[in-house]
Design a protein. Sequence first.
Length: 362
Amino acid sequence: MNETKKIGILTSGGDCAGLNTAIRGVVFAATFKGWEAIGIYDSTDGLFSRPMRYKTLHIADFDFPYAALGGTMLGSNNTGNPHLQRTGDGSMEELTDEELDQRFQDGIKELGISALVVVGGDGSMSIVSKYCKRAGISMIGIPKTIDNDAPGTDLAIGFESAVNVVTDALDKLTTTATSHNRIMIAEVMGRGAGHLALTAGIAGFADVILIPEIHYTYEGVVKKLREIQAKGKRYGLIVIAEGTRKPDGHHSFAGNGKTFRGISDYFTQRLLGDGFNVRGNVLGHIQRAGNPVPDDRLLATRFAVRAVDLIAEGKSNRVVVLNKGVICDVALDDVLKIANTPVNPESDLVKTARQLGIYIGD
Ligand code: F6P
């Protein structure tokens, strides 16, 4: 007897726009193959907790506007401790590595899933692929991150939408900067990578862009600001990637000591001290929010369809990627060897910034 194939899908790590579109793509492509798709809640937590938390997904679950909304309908986590799981009565229980592994295997068996699509970062894919291997099922990864530093792919889901949010914020900061003849500083997310700051900074007509990958000097920033003032421009825009080091070589961290935050405060204080009319702004989590732009919807949909095709072809431990405009797939092991991809200081985008006269370091 031919049983219906069941596949699972989960979202993991920090959210971004386009995740719901990816889930929709997987559910649609699976349904059109005659398969069933099961959404696992809160990354792998949905399989670890008892009772399990999951939902069989149907095409009707994506009636407008659900797939066009930001966030993830399945929930996600990037800071949780998988060892601590909520029980049916709401209390917490602590599980060992072996118990987590067993619950994953039991959960997969109970749901009858033969493959799992992980929409997440390479770290999540690596962890989940090990559980999948022990549970005897295949894993296919779909990369997402507003940081766009996912290894092996030219683009990850969420980046284009974040560029849109940041560019819009820069335009808004510039209107008030012009009214008050001010220098506005925007601190942009990206963790250790400057892709978001660089791309949105050029699109938002910044005068200065500082990113972790390129060395700069405080004096270089001041020189640029004095230059634009000497030319009669009385406002200015500085875009700084959150992972950029201060001139003393140290990072600025949020209260949790883990996520970057505060480099804009450093520059604001120092430039105020040097007589500039300046205000600092941390754009924060709004950069991960909002609805996906069309490019992200297309990318998420193309990735999702390829992921389902890979499952149909019996593949496992593959990551769907975009390579020079073409959707391809690469081995997860190869992706993990590359680690994250920073901005190449010799890239066309960096050269473009320099040729526009943007100060981007030395
Ligand atoms: O990796 C995505 C990202 O938004 C980074 O740009 C940022 O540094 C980090 O996540 C913030 O993490 P959290 O949501 O845990 O504060």
